[in-house]
Design a protein around this ligand. Structure first.
Ligand SMILES: [Zn+2]
Length: 247
């Protein structure tokens, strides 16, 4: 009856895991020691607690594949002590190369059902392994399918309940004045993006939810360009992700 809800035993990352992540993840390699330790703990919990399923691979998933998935999520949350990705029930990893927001054909093979933002109410995140590897291999191009999809998970309360036109666009763990400020900064950013005056990917013009996800990609991959183009948004994201020591 849940009285003896056991505490999951979580195996810490091995030296091999850490070495692999240091080679692959620029954000991790640049974290302060305290944030690094939190990141490692969160990655270990993610691997222990979230199901990561390979779909259509000939063999089992490699440890490295799982590490890249967990690192994508925990790069976003490393500044939030004790954060767990409990909204994610499963990550489906495909061997095919596809972009952000995978669309799966419906049973008639006709129209497609978008399974990005709309997948998250069921807690499923869908990623292409080749795209995920590309995302880590080029850490400064503003494109990272992993950060993008997990940014949608943070936006669940709003993005999940709207249609393709998309409302949402703000993470569910901010409220009040901070949320208002973030909303305004994103709106200013959207206007600039529409005028091609932004380093962010124009895919963000699709909907507020996509703008949020693209802004998160930009924050981790194009930090100084984002700070130059949208200083208010950059400052708010910096506060939100909380990964820099403050005085
Ligand atoms: Zn998206």
């Amino acid at each position: 009856m849940g009285l003896f809800k056991s505490k999951a035993v979580v195996t810490p990352l091995s030296e091999t895991d850490r070495k692999f992540l240091l080679e692959w993840s620029v954000p991790y390699s640049e974290m302060t020691p305290a944030i690094k330790a939190e990141f490692e703990d969160q990655v270990a919990h993610f691997l222990a607690g979230r199901r990561i399923t390979g779909v259509g691979f000939s063999g089992a998933l490699e440890r490295e594949d799982r590490l890249l998935v967990a690192a994508s999520a925990c790069t976003l949350s490393a500044g939030w002590p004790g954060f767990r990705w409990t909204d994610v029930s499963e990550v489906l990893l495909y061997p095919d190369d596809f972009d952000r927001d995978f669309q799966i054909a419906d049973e008639d093979g006709g129209a497609t059902a978008e399974l990005s933002g709309e997948a998250h109410p069921w807690g499923t995140v869908i990623l292409s392994l080749p795209s995920l590897e590309d995302s880590f291999e080029d850490p400064h191009d503003g494109y990272h399918v992993g950060y993008h999809e997990f940014a949608h998970v943070l936006d669940r309360d709003t993005a999940s309940s709207v249609g393709p036109s998309g409302d949402g666009g703000l993470p569910s763990n901010i409220t009040g004045k901070f949320a208002d400020l973030m909303g305004r900064a994103l709106e200013k950013t959207r206007a600039a993006l529409a005028l091609e005056q932004s380093p962010l990917d124009p895919y963000g013009l699709e909907s507020p939810a996509e703008l949020w996800a693209v802004a998160v990609e930009g924050f981790f991959e194009l930090s100084s360009a984002l700070a130059d183009a949208h200083p208010d948004l950059h400052q708010l994201l910096d506060l939100y992700f909380n990964q820099r020591p403050r005085n």
